[in-house]
Design a binder for this molecule. Sequence first.
Ligand SMILES: *Cc1c(COP(=O)(O)O)cnc(C)c1O
Length: 382
Amino acid sequence: MENKLMLMIPGPTPVPENVLLALAKHPIGHRSGEFSQIMADVTANLKWLHQTENDVLMLTVSGTGAMEAGIINFFSPGDRVLVVHNGKFGERWAEVAHAFALDVVEVTAPWGQPIDPNAVKSALEADTAKAIKGVIVTHSETSTGVINDLETIAKHIKAHGALSIIDAVTSLGAANVPIDAWGLDVVCSGSQKGFMIPPGLGFVTVSPTAWAAYKTAKLPRYYMDLGKYSKGAAKNTTPFTPPVNLIFALQAALKMMRAEGLENIFARHQRLMHATRAAIKAMGLPLYAPEGHGSPAITAVAPTTVDAEQIRSVMKKKFDIVLAGGQDDLNGKIFRIGHLGFVADRDILTAIAALEATIVELGHTGATPGAGVAAAAKVLLS
Ligand SMILES: *Cc1c(COP(=O)(O)O)cnc(C)c1O
């Protein structure tokens, strides 16, 4: 049905109506006093959302641009970085580091499994010469729906002294990422995930330790030179023309987030994850991320009796619900349900009911029809 599309992919995520209305406003001059006031409000609320006193800077980029900024501003060619990865996004940061001639060493886990924090600890303890300048970690690995134990990994990074560069693209605004409490140096995210606004803005937080590294870092930078953004932010402005309407949208979204409160936002994502996982189990479908390691932003399912791509196709055609497929080797093997950002309990019940109808239609006989909805409802109503 036209205009009934329900996006349940891990970005872009659904956008609330008052945020859409903010986007539709006439742009204003970005050097005006009116815009500076909006910047001041947005910056204060971004610090609240990021649970930090560090700078939170905005760039006109997607999440990958935010991560690239998080890498090029703090290192010099040949610097050694430890890239910790267990999926598509983590692998990307190794590619970015290679592209900028960094000396990349790796700690990995198979796709679908969490990173073992002890493996990171051992790699860092073995580096007695302190050659490793930075550790790059993906918190919520969107390609597999696995969340890594960032709190423990961050402790090991602190003990070593390297800079931590964190991809929090699908954890910020969904899971607790207390930047100051965990001592995270550089944390990157993007607007089309937990922020409830369309794609186009990237966010980077910078700790005082990271600013010290910035001063001696020699990789080339210009448009994404974070020093320029920091200078601008101090005067409630931006170095270049910002996407003014996206910032109106961000202001509206942050206001909604403040009204809901951080604890409630995190609890809601936990509930959505638990309801989704319980329903998938009740339907007799295998979950891809092991128990206790599921991301609150996304649930990956690896069906064996029915084809993942056929499920996605029927869900879209019959129910106007868009699910994500698998990436690279997981293409055709898994489908992923995004439950990140502007997602409510009702959306999960709807998606699960449609999924049950879909797998029955496709000949899945492994479960009693209705068992998925019942399992989800039980979690949501408890
Ligand atoms: C979406 C995402 C990104 C960024 O992707 P863009 O398409 O550049 O916005 C990075 N890391 C993770 C974990 C993501 O989910």
